[in-house]
Design a protein around this ligand. Sequence first.
Ligand code: NAP
Length: 264
Amino acid sequence: MSLSTTKYTSKLHSARVLILGGTSGIGFCVAEASLEHGAHVCISGSKPSKLSGAISRLQSSYPNLASHVSGHVCDLSQLSSLEANLDALLKFAVGDGKIDHVVFTAGDALKIVPLAEATVESIQQSGTVRFMGSLMLAKLAPTYMSPGPRSSITLTGGSNSHRPIKGWCVVAAWGSGLEGMARGLAVDLAPLRVNLISPGAVYTELFGDIPKERLEGVLQRFKDGSLVGQVGTPENVAEAYLYTMKDQNLTGTVIQSDGGRLLK
Ligand code: NAP
């Protein structure tokens, strides 16, 4: 057996990584990290201008790897077009080869509706992108992916499922469902691997809707609620996704990257 001095860092070399939600936040950092590991990335989001901006940012950060970056718009917010949009994205991403890893970090702005005011429609809507998007992706993706345990799908949940914030029970319900989904998919799609990352608070564009005057207080509460005394960064949480791609022995697991929030 010949031992390479890059046997760990070269695991993703030339891999094709599709990142739904790769145009900002955690997914964008997964794209950066995948490029640094020699992968080809295809990123996706619902907004064409944000997508082209994200592609440009990646290409200018990694000019030697510009040809490793591609992207395709895919809106997951409508149940009626969900499957068709996902299928079109997968057809684009597969090109003339196979996809090795799929990462799902897509999530629309959270509309927190207390249960007393929730309707069947509002509950269903809050699960469309994250829950239905993940499940239909997992239905369609294996056809486009390299078979076997080298390949993986990584979904995203959140620590709110384990320690719900008051008033967030609908979000906790969908998030807990995603964890069961990941375990079920690991069984159904084996030997393809399926895992889920459960982040705590991570300072990303998702916080963009919080008014400036409230933002400092919100971030301070998240800092106080962690063991590490800081809010998560997408660059750190991205490491968890790299790990699920690289460890061919890992499937059906939930990995928490939450600053120890569950222990505080
Ligand atoms: P983000 O920066 O807002 O990124 C969300 C991504 O999803 C973007 O690429 C966005 O692109 C895409 N997206 C939004 N609506 C979409 C739609 N209708 N169809 C397809 N793509 C869509 O968020 P993030 O902080 O990285 O969060 C990623 C995931 O982690 C989310 O599911 C979030 O709930 C979860 N999470 C985040 C935190 C946190 O504190 N940040 C904590 C726990 C869990 P477009 O805008 O172009 O559509």
